[in-house]
Design a protein around this ligand. Structure first.
Ligand code: ADP
Ligand code: MG
Length: 485
């Protein structure tokens, strides 16, 4: 089994920076080996040690650096060295993106990209013409159509949306000025795409109310376009959309199959991009997987950054429930919050829906919000209710079943039978709970998440080879599942 960057198994709650064993970490480690032999030790210490690998995504490598100046210095002095080293390690031509580490971690990055355009395919973004700063007519009055409730302030960040929200914030703080143009955010329904793209618009307007911000959906864009044809107003339509500083188009999957609309959108896109204006798009899939979307549009969308939002992990779901309930002035007990978060897993809209039903039921039926009420509301939403197995129960069951004292599972003992039992317990914790690797590691005597990955992998491999172990794990699994019904 392979653990890739995007694997939901890597769910440490705090890492922007990848540990040494991850693909980004490993690749960077090897790259540093090469660099070390080519620069003097002082330069290495000053310019390479502070760099932290964040993410390796195809041929895009994200590196965290301490400041904008630092990234500029690297660009100027070490650009080819880093590129060569990365090419040597990966066998690919890697595009480097710099994320500037902010003081406040939440206010994460400002981003710069390597200006290297050598050897890239012809269909690449043109460099921005200097005319962008010249005064243009303000354009027709604009109605941003933003929902003021969707801000960065009330957007909960977690492993599942960290990258997308960091990119969104970078764009909001420097529209048209980062390499994230367009910024395409994609993910399943109810995961927070619309919220995030509105947050960009709201943040920009809050910083500078004179900015022309326009939010629209691909459907509204299509309807407006068709209407403009009927009324013979196509040029007004075009001028309106091309007069903005930030154009946000939500749900571009609905452009598929609409050739004429795609054409006009293509030209709108080009005009805005050339003027250095920011474009933000959302989609339910990565653009290249959208069937019925014109190739040239797909290629334009790839000029910038495509960032995904994954379903939220347990910790994020808990954080969202706590935040939303406290915004509503309600304090939920921890077991109610954990129960809902453990059972409503698909998306955030459903999580909100559940909370609203819970509050409504409590007030209409004049009931206390307790586990029973939560159970009944959750059952009405998801049908069956999943049981909530805890890591502690897993440890207890494994220790009983194998007659090993439970505290040895958390201790440092290296005796083989204890190590195996511990690895199986970690494996079951990953399989049966939604806890992050970090949380699991903490329950096993403060081990780190790479140990949990190793335990998971080892157990999986042993199960394949050894039928006894396979049966043992299955027995433990059914015991746990039965116990918690
Ligand atoms: P999508 O556009 O991906 O279908 P939305 O942006 O409409 O999803 O999100 C659904 C609901 O969940 C919205 O009410 C939104 O405010 C809320 N939501 C989504 N993600 C978050 C988050 N990370 N923090 C707080 N609320 C969120
Ligand atoms: Mg949406």
């Amino acid at each position: 089994m392979e653990f890739e960057e995007r694997s939901p198994l890597i769910t440490d709650t705090t890492p922007e920076v990848q540990p040494a064993g991850s693909p980004a970490g490993e690749c960077w480690r090897q790259c540093l080996e090469i660099v070390r032999g080519r620069v003097n030790s002082q330069s290495f210490k000053t310019w390479f040690e502070p760099i932290a690998p964040v993410k390796l995504d195809g041929s895009d490598f994200y590196l965290q650096v301490p400041s904008q100046f630092f990234s500029e210095w690297l660009e100027e002095h070490y650009f080819s060295l880093i590129k060569e080293a990365l090419a040597q390690v990966t066998g690919r031509d890697i595009v480097i993106h710099y994320l500037v580490k902010a003081e406040d971690r939440d206010e994460f990055p400002l981003v710069e990209e390597t200006p290297d355009r050598s050897g890239v395919p012809a269909d690449q973004p043109p460099s921005r013409p200097e005319i962008q700063a010249t005064a243009r007519p303000a354009g027709p009055p604009i109605e941003p159509a933003l929902n003021r409730r969707y801000t960065f302030g009330n957007y909960i960040k977690g492993e599942s949306n960290q990258f997308a929200s960091a990119a969104a914030l970078a764009v909001a703080n420097n529209p048209g000025g980062t390499s994230f143009n367009p910024l395409v955010i994609y993910g399943g329904v109810g995961l927070g795409k619309t919220h995030l793209v509105h947050a960009i618009g709201n943040q920009l307007l809050a910083a500078d109310p004179s900015k022309r911000v326009l939010y629209t959906s691909s459907e509204k864009f299509t309807v407006d376009f068709v209407e403009s044809i009927q009324r013979d107003h196509v040029s007004e339509f075009s001028n309106y959309y091309r007069s903005v500083d930030l154009l946000i188009v939500d749900d571009i999957q609905f452009f598929t199959g609409k050739e004429k609309t795609q054409d006009i959108f293509f030209h709108t896109f080009n005009t805005l991009h050339q003027l250095g204006k920011q474009i933000v798009l959302s989609s339910d899939k990565p653009p290249k997987e959208l069937k019925g979307l014109n190739e040239r549009l797909v290629s334009r969308f790839q000029w910038g950054l495509t960032a995904d939002i994954q379903p939220p992990d347990l910790e994020t779901r808990i954080a969202i429930l706590l935040k939303k309930s406290s915004d509503d002035g309600v304090e939920l007990s921890h077991d109610v919050v954990e129960f809902i978060a453990a059972n409503i897993t698909s998306n955030i809209r459903e999580l909100e829906g559940c909370l609203i039903s819970l509050l409504a039921r409590a007030s209409l039926e004049n009931k206390k919000i307790d586990l029973d009420l939560a159970r009944s509301v959750v059952r009405s939403i998801v049908g069956e209710v999943k049981t909530h197995i805890t890591i502690d129960e897993i440890q207890r069951t494994v220790s009983e079943h194998l007659s090993i004292p439970q505290d040895l599972l958390r201790a440092k003992t290296r005796k083989q039978e204890i190590v195996t039992a511990r690895q199986i317990a970690m494996y079951l914790s990953k399989e049966l709970t939604n806890s992050s690797l970090k949380t699991i590691g903490l329950h096993f005597g403060g081990r780190d998440h790479s140990t949990v990955i190793h335990a998971y992998q080892t157990t999986e491999d042993t199960m394949k080879e050894d039928p006894m172990v396979r049966t043992l794990v299955q027995q433990l699994k059914s015991k746990l599942e039965l116990r918690s019904v």
